[in-house]
Design a protein around this ligand. Structure first.
Ligand code: C2E
Ligand code: CA
Ligand code: CA
Ligand code: CA
Length: 276
């Protein structure tokens, strides 16, 4: 057996332990909260490009604290989860954790959760998301679901109706890693989306090649005309921050502001300690 198979079986065990008592979102799911032990959700803040760069929300990014291999990033186990049919369980666990966490943040902030193509293919996906929102009490407008273009490329009209249903309840939809696919403009036309996330590969061109600014400027102008918000990903320097703000991006995210951190270290949304 190769390393990938071993990892897959270990992840299956971690997930099975957590889902044994509550399969799928149910009203008692919070009481019987799955204990995934070694899985953990980190959060990376997103910042408004205007008015002092205050935090507008945070993106949930899953981690696996592996007993032998240390802290694993999603690149090493999300593909394994997708391949092994484990992504639904994993995705819903992250969603539930994220909604519960965001309930305690200020009302004008959002939490963004990544969604794999396989999750969107579930015919009941929207209803399952509504159930998680209801359990947690998070208003739908404070949840953003991040999809990649590969979710939309598939010739599947079900995906279209799932997205329509999510948006009809006020859930925000964003298109992740924008610019790395091939038919992005047609997606913008066909699917109503609220936000695009400009891929880090464009941001990293700023200050090195002139066309980085031209590409981002064009994406921002197009989005503005369509009433779509733009988050620039992978902002690592003050120069990039200032440049992207000047180009008109609505939000900024990257190591310059904060790395992804465990919930307990997410200080900017914490209520001030009560004096009483
Ligand atoms: P993503 O959605 O594009 O998330 C952004 C990634 O860029 C994160 O990597 C983040 O740590 C990293 N990043 C943020 N700012 C900077 C920066 O300034 N510089 C650099 N070099 N990197 C930055 P991470 O956490 O390793 O996640 C990798 C990918 O795994 C994510 O890419 C997302 O596609 C996927 N992922 C993470 N959590 C989940 C999840 O719960 N479900 C699903 N389906 N996918 C997830
Ligand atoms: Ca993302
Ligand atoms: Ca991204
Ligand atoms: Ca919106």
């Amino acid at each position: 057996r190769n390393a990938r198979d071993i990892l897959k079986n270990e992840l299956r065990e971690v997930l099975a332990k957590g889902t044994a008592s509550s399969a799928g979102p149910r009203s008692d799911a919070i009481a019987n909260r799955p204990d995934f032990g070694s899985l953990e959700v980190y959060y990376q803040t997103v910042h408004r490009a205007e008015g002092g760069y205050s935090a507008s929300g945070a993106e949930a990014l899953v981690r696996w604290r592996h007993s032998q291999r240390g802290l694993l990033t999603p690149a090493s186990f999300i593909p394994v989860a997708e391949e092994g049919g484990l992504i639904d369980a994993l995705g819903f666990w992250v969603l539930r954790e994220a909604c519960r966490a965001a309930c305690k943040w200020p009302d004008d902030t959002f939490v963004a959760v990544n969604v794999s193509p396989a999750q969107l293919r579930r015919p009941n996906f929207a209803e399952e998301v509504f159930a998680v929102l209801e359990e947690s009490g998070l208003p739908p407008s404070r949840l953003e679901l991040e999809l990649t273009e590969s979710s939309l490329i598939e010739d599947n009209s079900d995906v279209y109706s799932v997205l329509k249903s999510l948006r009809s309840r006020g859930i925000q939809i964003s298109l992740d890693d924008f610019g790395t696919g091939f038919s992005c403009l047609s997606h913008l036309m066909r699917f109503d989306i609220d936000r695009i996330k400009i891929d880090r590969s464009f941001v990293s061109l700023l200050g090195t090649k002139a066309n980085g600014a031209a590409i981002i400027g064009a994406i921002v102008a197009l989005s503005r005309n369509l009433g779509i918000s733009t988050t620039a990903e992978g902002v690592e320097t003050e120069y990039q921050r200032d440049f992207l703000a000047a180009l008109g991006c609505t939000d900024l995210q990257g190591y310059f502001f904060s790395k992804p951190v465990p919930l307990r270290e997410l200080d900017c949304f914490r209520e001030p300690e009560s004096a009483a």
